[in-house]
Ligand binder design. Structure first.
Ligand code: NAD
Length: 263
């Protein structure tokens, strides 16, 4: 499978380049980023380019390399046009960048089906995070009072995290609606109670030192339950990225969430 990595110079992009190079079934054929020069090339690959195309021109790279899969770890502002272009060219998008709307996901799903290709958007590629979401969804059936605290490094652009949104969406499918907190509660400092989604609260912490962490806290009579996941480094996402590059070759349409590719 011929893979192009977009955002190849970034934190996730570099890790993805390493993971693709290390997998015998995947072939790294192109790397795209805003600015790529020889220094950046060897920094990304760890050695000279060896035939891998480096460019800041996504369309040209996808065409020249005859890519099967485009992995995108860029920015919320960039990713949308990248996905459009990939689908248009019949290249399967595997997207870790977060910040899209449900309508956009539905449109890309249709576009993938029209083009007869697969695609995947995963707010989180770490298996532990997928399990955290699944367990949280189950728990919410019995403990409907729930708040999420997600913690990320301070270079993250979007809030709350895509993982937090996905967790809230999954819980909302399962949880019976309840009034959380006091009906007359009042924020002395605006925003103190966090963001609101379907009656649940979500709080985003941004600090140096963190990678990607989330706790889902449930409250019941005389008890709390906390489900927590920590990505300690970016390697945690790579088995999911590699698996997705292989799986998107096997179906049509856009899958949202890595859990849908697991048994
Ligand atoms: P980063 O800032 O380190 O890297 C982003 C890269 O994209 C940079 O190298 C930048 O130059 C490049 N870029 C920006 N605009 C571009 C354009 N127009 N064309 C080509 N390249 C462009 O960010 P990061 O920490 O690697 O995170 C990237 C995204 O992945 C974020 O949205 C983050 O939330 C998300 N993320 C997802 C997961 C997951 O499991 N799904 C895990 C971690 C991070």
């Amino acid at each position: 499978m011929r893979v192009v990595v977009v955002g190849a110079k970034g934190r996730m992009g570099r890790e993805t380049v390493r993971a693709v190079l290390n997998d015998p079934e995947l072939e790294l054929v192109g790397c795209v980023d805003r600015t790529l020069n020889d220094v950046a090339v060897s920094a990304v690959l760890g050695h000279e380019s060896n035939g891998v195309k480096f460019s800041n021109d996504l369309v040209k790279t996808l065409i020249d390399t005859n890519a099967d899969v485009m992995v995108d770890f860029t920015t919320p502002a960039t990713m949308k046009a990248n996905i459009d272009k990939a689908i248009e060219l019949g290249v399967r998008p595997v997207v870790g960048t977060t910040g899209m709307t449900p309508e956009e996901i539905a449109n890309w799903d249709q576009a993938c089906k029209d083009r007869g290709i697969g695609g995947l958007i995963a707010p989180n590629f770490a298996i532990g995070a997928i399990l955290m979401m699944r367990f949280a969804q189950q728990a919410s059936r019995y403990l409907p009072h729930v708040e999420i605290i997600e913690m990320h490094h301070d270079q993250k652009l979007d809030a709350p995290s895509g993982t937090a949104i996905k967790t809230l969406e999954l819980i909302a499918q399962e949880r019976q609606a309840v009034q959380q907190g006091h009906p007359n509660e009042h924020e002395t400092i605006p925003g103190s109670r966090g963001g609101e989604f379907d009656g649940m609260r979500v709080h985003s912490v941004r600090l140096p030192g963190y990678v990607a962490h989330q706790q889902v806290i449930f409250g019941g009579l005389g008890q709390t339950l906390t489900i927590r996941h920590d990505s300690i480094n970016r390697e945690s996402f790579m088995p999911g990225v590699v698996m997705s590059c292989k799986q998107v070759m096997k179906y049509e349409g856009l899958v949202y969430g890595l859990e849908n590719l697991l048994d």
